[in-house]
Write a protein that binds this ligand. Structure first.
Ligand SMILES: [Zn+2]
Ligand SMILES: [Zn+2]
Ligand SMILES: [Zn+2]
Length: 138
């Protein structure tokens, strides 16, 4: 008679602590299984903290840049008619900020010398655009 049939297939704890493990506990004894669960929990915490940090960093960056950009723009008013231009303000090379109406140099008695610079840029940009479009059409 064999009365010692408590464990049919006695498995030693996978951590080699000398106790018998249970297959349902990843072949760990009850002690090591508890430790294993704790470790897993902490690992999960650590991973979530890491990912939270990473995502918060990206969010923080965009928020700060947005805040800085919008506060700077909101303060702007048209130099000529004092209309709040907010996000739709047009800055001019003369250093002023203008509304849609006064954004053109001739509308705000621009002090910047556009007569030479403006024409040069226009002359440089326009032929290029036309050439590009023509090239695509052909
Ligand atoms: Zn163990
Ligand atoms: Zn204006
Ligand atoms: Zn101007």
């Amino acid at each position: 008679m064999t009365s010692c049939g408590k464990a049919e297939n006695p498995i030693l704890c996978a951590r080699g602590c000398g106790f018998f493990g249970t297959p349902s506990n990843h072949n760990l004894c009850s002690r090591c299984y508890k430790a294993f669960l704790k470790e897993e929990e902490e690992e999960a915490k650590y991973t979530t903290i890491l990912s939270e940090k990473v995502s918060s960093f990206t969010i923080d960056d965009s928020v700060t840049t947005e805040k800085v950009g919008s506060t700077m723009k909101i303060k702007q008013r048209c130099t000529i008619c004092k209309t709040k231009v907010g996000l739709t303000g047009f800055s001019c090379k003369c250093g002023g900020m203008f509304c849609r109406v006064h954004r053109y140099p001739e509308e705000h008695a621009c002090t910047f010398d556009f007569k030479s610079t403006g024409r040069v840029t226009l002359a440089k940009e326009n032929p290029l655009c036309k050439a590009d479009k023509l090239a695509f059409r052909i």
